[in-house]
Design a protein around this ligand. Structure first.
Ligand code: R5P
Length: 295
C-alpha cells in the first residue's frame, strides 16, 4: 500500500503512516498566483493500492479540488486501486433538497470523487451516514466514529457517569456511542433551525441534570450556535460541569468564545480539522480501519 498525504492533511497523514509502519508521502503542491492548485505525484504508484489522505476543511473548495487532482493523477499513473481518506467531508450537510431547486451537494461531491477514479472512501463521523450510503454510487464507503475516543478522553477528566447528549435527534446515535464510555445515560435535544435565517430553537422535556455532569456530542461545531445553546440549557438546569465535544472543529469566528460564555467547562475536538482544540487524534482510528480493508 502507498500512503499519500494531501496538502490539507500532512501532519495527520504522517501520524497515520507511523501507526501503519509505512511512510506517508506528501504530494508536491503549490498555489499559483491566481489561486489555482498545482499537484504532482512523484511517487511510483503503478500496480499499488494507493490511499490518499486529505481532509476538506476550509478552504473547502480548494481542498476538494486538490483531492480530485490527486485522485485522477494517481489513477492515470496506474494505481491498482484508489482509496481516499477524507476525515472531514465538506458539503455533507446538504444531503437533501430541503427547498426546491437546491443543489444536492453531497451527491455532486461523491460523483466527482467517483468520476476521478476513487473506488473507496473513508470518512469520520459524516453528517448523515444513511445519505452517504444512499448516494455512494459505485464507491465503497466507510464511516468511522471518533465519538468513543472523545468520550474516553472525557472519562479521563472525570466525566464517568455524565449524561451524554446530542443537540438534535439526528445525532442521537453519537450520544448513544458516547454513553458506552461514560455510562450516565443518553438523550437528545429537539432542535429546529429556520432554513432562511439560520435561527435555532432548542428544547428538551424532563431533562434531569441537576448536580450532574453532562457532555454535549455533535459531529461538528461551525458557528458554535448549536453547541452554545445546548450548553446554556444544561447549565440553566443546574448541571455541575458541562463538556462540549465534537469531531470536526470548524469553530468559525467567535464560536469558541460563544461556547465558553455559555458555560462550557471543557471544549474538545479531534484533528480531522487541526486546531488548538484538537486534543484527540483520529490517526490510530483511521490506521486501524485501513488495516481491516481488503486492499
Ligand atoms: C447540524 O445538524 C450539525 O450536526 C451541527 O449541529 C451544526 O452544523 C453546527 O452548526 P453551528 O455550530 O453553526 O450551530
Amino acid at each position: 500500500m502507498i500512503l499519500l498525504s494531501g496538502p490539507a492533511s500532512i501532519e495527520l497523514g504522517r501520524k497515520i503512516g507511523v501507526e501503519l509502519g509505512i511512510p506517508a508521502e506528501p504530494v508536491e503542491h503549490r498555489i499559483f498566483p491566481d489561486g489555482e492548485s498545482y499537484i504532482r505525484v512523484a511517487v511510483d504508484v503503478r500496480g499499488e493500492t494507493t490511499v490518499i489522505i486529505q481532509t476538506t476543511s476550509p478552504p473547502q473548495d480548494r481542498h476538494l479540488i486538490q483531492l480530485l487532482l490527486m485522485a485522477r493523477t494517481v489513477k492515470d499513473l496506474g494505481a491498482k486501486r484508489v482509496l481516499c481518506v477524507v476525515p472531514y467531508l465538506a458539503y455533507a450537510r446538504q444531503d437533501k433538497r430541503f427547498m426546491e431547486g437546491e443543489a444536492l451537494s453531497l451527491e455532486v461531491i461523491l460523483r466527482l470523487l467517483e468520476n476521478s477514479g476513487v473506488e473507496g472512501l473513508v470518512v469520520v463521523d459524516v453528517h448523515n451516514e444513511d445519505s452517504l450510503r444512499e448516494l455512494r454510487g459505485g464507491m465503497e464507503v466507510w464511516n468511522i466514529s471518533a465519538i468513543p475516543l472523545l468520550a474516553r478522553y472525557l472519562r479521563g477528566l472525570g466525566y464517568s457517569g455524565a449524561l451524554s447528549i446530542s443537540p438534535d435527534t439526528g445525532a442521537l446515535g453519537l450520544a448513544r456511542l458516547a454513553d458506552q464510555e461514560l455510562g450516565g445515560g443518553f438523550r437528545a435535544f429537539q432542535k429546529r433551525r429556520d432554513r432562511k435565517t439560520g435561527d435555532i430553537m432548542m428544547w428538551a422535556e424532563d431533562l434531569d441534570v441537576y448536580g450532574r455532569d453532562a457532555a454535549v456530542f455533535d459531529d461538528m461545531v461551525s458557528t458554535g450556535g448549536t453547541t452554545a445553546r445546548a450548553v446554556a440549557i444544561l447549565k440553566s438546569l443546574g448541571a455541575r460541569r458541562v463538556a462540549a465535544a465534537c469531531t470536526h472543529a470548524l469553530f468559525l469566528g467567535d464560536a469558541e468564545r460563544r461556547i465558553k460564555e455559555a458555560g462550557a467547562d471543557h471544549i474538545l475536538a479531534t484533528d480531522t480539522i487541526p486546531t488548538h482544540l484538537s486534543t484527540v487524534s483520529v490517526a490510530k482510528l483511521i490506521a486501524d480501519h485501513l488495516k481491516t480493508i481488503k486492499l
